[in-house]
Design a binder for this molecule. Structure first.
Ligand code: MLT
Ligand code: MN
Ligand code: ZN
Length: 304
């Protein structure tokens, strides 16, 4: 199985267009040692030729251009992306669908019923796309039972609902439903290896523990270092928990969670521009290095 990180940033990316925080400013001026990151998405393939896209970021056009395996090859119009799995209906994960409207086929989109509802009401991308390429929606099981995707022969998928948050625009933002947000295990049938992908993880439930225990590679929520990080920088009073993200530091934080599992690679993804781990010279980043926890970057390639 091949995994390509298309975008390792959270909503807004790094640097964010209107952000003058120390990190965004430091990256622009060159005083911060680090890399720019586009918004949250990965691509996964069993054969290196047919790809599944996880999330469709607003930065999708540049992400595809920067990854030759996704360039068209067969005929005048072609996509190497055979299906799209949506983890949730957040703006940073769904807006890129509009950029795929030129597709010569309806988009095959695998997501929960709650995500389908959000993308047909609060942010009616599916309804809009009906006037362009169209959407074929495939409901995915949330009980951990396996599902497969036609044309993606060597990968098998398992998903479970997560306690996180529906987007601010969702008609049920303050009324959580099963499937507002999911985690996905991808199993490679040729190597037997497993990836666990959960870029928005607010709470470590039994289904999460089980997925983490089984996976060879963890690509999990790296949004915030601290619960009140946005307030500390003076950006917003919103806390990590309120946004459905588990911070890395502190008791019960993501670093203490990751320490419990045997995965060969433990990688943080969906990193907000305020997170000090983006600064490669920061003490927080050095702590990750010492723990063997990696920070995803745009263009990161993994093979399992
Ligand atoms: C989130 O996951 O909380 C988002 O990155 C928020 C957003 O896209 O605005
Ligand atoms: Mn997000
Ligand atoms: Zn910033």
């Amino acid at each position: 199985m091949r995994i390509r990180v298309l975008g390792a940033g959270a909503g807004g990316g790094f640097p964010q267009w209107n952000c003058n925080c120390g990190q965004c400013q430091g990256l622009r001026s060159g005083s911060l040692k680090g890399r720019a990151r586009t918004q949250s998405s990965i691509a996964v393939s069993g054969d290196g030729d047919h790809w599944v896209l996880f999330n469709a970021s607003p930065d999708i056009r540049a992400q595809f251009e920067n990854f030759p395996a996704l360039h068209p090859r067969d005929g005048i119009r072609d996509s190497r992306v055979k299906a799209i799995i949506l983890i949730d209906s957040q703006i940073d994960h769904a807006t890129g669908l509009l950029m795929l409207r030129e597709s010569s086929q309806p988009l095959d989109i695998y997501c929960s019923d709650m995500v389908r509802q959000d993308l047909s009401t609060g942010f009616p991308v599916f309804s809009i796309l009906a006037h362009y390429c169209g959407v074929r929606h495939h409901a995915i099981p949330l009980d951990g039972s396996p599902f497969s995707i036609p044309g993606i022969d060597t990968l098998r998928f398992y998903s479970h609902a997560l306690k996180s948050k529906a987007p601010p625009y969702s008609p049920h933002r303050h009324d959580p439903h099963e499937g507002d947000n999911i985690g996905v295990v991808v199993e490679c049938l040729t190597s037997g290896k497993k990836l666990y992908y959960a870029p928005g993880l607010g709470c470590i439930e039994p289904s999460v523990e089980q997925a983490m225990q089984s996976a060879d590679c963890l690509l999990v929520d790296g949004t915030f270092w601290q619960e009140d990080e946005m307030a500390r920088v003076g950006i917003s009073q919103k806390r990590a928990a309120e946004m459905g993200h588990l911070p890395q530091s502190g008791e019960g934080g993501m670093l203490s969670v990751l320490a419990r599992y045997p995965a060969a690679r433990k990688i943080l993804i969906h990193i907000n521009n305020t997170n000090p781990i983006l600064d490669e010279a920061s003490p927080e980043r050095q702590r990750l290095d010492a723990l063997g926890v990696e920070v995803a970057f745009d263009g990161m390639d993994l093979t399992f």
